[in-house]
Write a protein that binds this ligand. Structure first.
Ligand SMILES: *[C@@H]1O[C@H](CO)[C@@H](O)[C@H](O)[C@H]1NC(C)=O
Length: 271
């Protein structure tokens, strides 16, 4: 599918799914952010988002019985199935000065996700932007427009405070590796605990569970910035993802970081 087709079909899908007209005219005179500008937003999201979903693949059944499953009674037939679960993430990698954008995870060896990693699985990490503030004004739905014009029944309150479909999310694809010396690195532990105070109970060396600081070495990045008429949708070259500097991601603002934001404004307006 050509990118233009993808963008058009995405905008059409948005119109149908939400029963609201996506203001196409709003896009006129604006441009869709480039993949690099999207990478900058993504790196800011990574720095500000504490939770993400780690997806791994269960090893073939024959490989998994003795090592992995006795403590979880894994059903037969899970080999090759995807497995996604929430994990704590942070942007604490000591090597990020030279190569950024690899999320830090505190891997508990007994967790199924990390058993899959130990059995050779690659990883996909799904990250989504959650705005800290609701938008000042929602776009009105077609039916609420009509009822207002016709003097009909009152507008029904929106069931959610923002349109998540119009906000950035992305999937980082790659493999997990131990951070060299990470389990004894006090700065790394302090950085992780700053984002996740409760994680101090399962830092490496704790008495309950074996754990290690690891990084997801990002090899590919798939990005959906929001609706396709105003946001970039597609793969971000990994060199662009890694090359974003702290100064760059500190200089941009994401939708909803500040109060009074316009939900339907173009992400590119902030860049
Ligand atoms: C993991 O991904 C790499 C490519 O990045 C690939 O060569 C390798 O086969 C994958 N491993 C598994 C177990 O699928």
């Amino acid at each position: 599918m050509k990118p233009t087709t993808l963008l058009a079909s995405c905008a059409a899908a948005a119109t149908t799914a939400l029963g609201a007209s996506v203001p196409q005219s709003a896009a006129a005179g604006h441009r869709i952010p480039t993949s690099y500008e999207s990478a900058i937003m993504g790196r800011r999201i990574l720095a500000k988002t504490p939770l993400a979903v780690v997806s791994t693949i269960f090893p073939a059944d024959s490989d998994s019985d003795s090592e992995a499953s006795p403590d979880e009674n894994r059903p037969a037939g899970m080999g090759g199935q995807p497995h996604g679960l929430m994990e704590y993430i942070a942007d604490c990698d000591p090597s990020s000065a030279t190569e950024g954008g690899n999320p830090t995870i505190l891997a508990i060896s007994i967790e199924t996700s990390f058993k899959n990693v130990a059995a050779g699985s690659n990883v996909s990490l799904a990250v989504q932007w959650t705005p800290p503030h609701p938008p000042a004004k929602r776009i009105a739905s077609v039916s609420s427009f009509l009822s207002r014009f016709l003097g009909g029944e009152k507008q029904v309150a929106d069931p959610s405070t923002y349109s998540a479909a119009n906000l950035p999310r992305f999937s980082l694809h790659g493999h997990i590796e131990r951070i060299d010396g990470g389990d004894r690195d006090k700065n790394l532990a302090a950085c992780f605990v700053k984002t996740h105070p409760d994680a101090r109970y399962w830092l490496p060396g704790n008495r309950i569970h074996e754990s290690h600081f690891v990084r997801l070495v990002v090899e590919q990045v798939y990005w959906v910035g929001g609706f396709g008429d105003r946001a970039y949708i597609g793969w971000i070259p990994v060199g662009e993802w890694r090359g974003v500097t702290r100064e760059e991601w500190e200089a941009v603002r994401l939708p909803g970081e500040e109060k009074g934001w316009k939900e339907w404004s173009l992400l590119g307006d902030d860049l």
